[in-house]
Structure formats: structure tokens, C-alpha cells
Design a protein around this ligand. Sequence first.
Ligand SMILES: [Zn+2]
Length: 132
Amino acid sequence: MNRRQTSLEARIATLKQAIVRLGDLRPGKLSRQYNVCGKAGCRCKADPPQKHGPYYQLSFTRSGKSSTQFVRKEDLAVVRQQLRNYQRLRELIDRWITFWMELSQLKLQQPSDRSRAVSPKRSHAQRVGKRR
Ligand SMILES: [Zn+2]
């Protein structure tokens, strides 16, 4: 096993641990809203209006379907942390895929593994291309 491959495997193992340790998560975007009610003479219809709120709403798309959820003020901190963990998951997975793409290709080029048909010329060109 070459050094690059060992290094990639170590990075992948580290990322895997980071993914396992992630806490609660959810996708979405928080927004803040102010509403007007239906009550006559309410302060939300005064001049200038004092609208009700803020209300917090979480918008997300799952399987092509967009939804929103009301978030209570006392849950804001927890929900924000869940959203950050989701962003972190996306970053980790993105790096994971990048490392795996390189590692998977290196595994195809193992000289000891002759069962996979990689032409010597192409294999050599790719090895040279990886060198920095
Ligand atoms: Zn009102």
C-alpha cells in the first residue's frame, strides 16, 4: 500500500468518526416573521403598526417537497444547533466523497491486483498526473 493510500484511509477514518459524533441534526433555514391578526383595533393595525411576533419558522425541502414548521422561541437555540450539525454533515460527507474518489481510483491501480484490467499506459499516465 502506498503512502498516499495510507494517508487517505486515515483521513476517511477521521471523517467517519466526526460523522458518528455529530449530534441531532435537521436540514432547513430559519426565518423570522411578524404577523397581523384579525382583531379590530389591535396594536398591529395602529399607525405605525406594532405587528405580532417575532415568530420563527423553519423551511426545508425533503424528497422534492417543501414544508415549513413553526419553532417556539424556547427551542431556537436547539434548532440552530441542529441546523449547524446538518451543515457540518454536508461538509464532512463532501470531503468523504472526495477522499473516497481518489482512494477508489488508487485501489484500481494496485500493481499486485491484476484482476482488474487497467492498461499499463493509462495507469502510468494517471500515476504521473497525481504527483505534485
Ligand atoms: Zn393584532
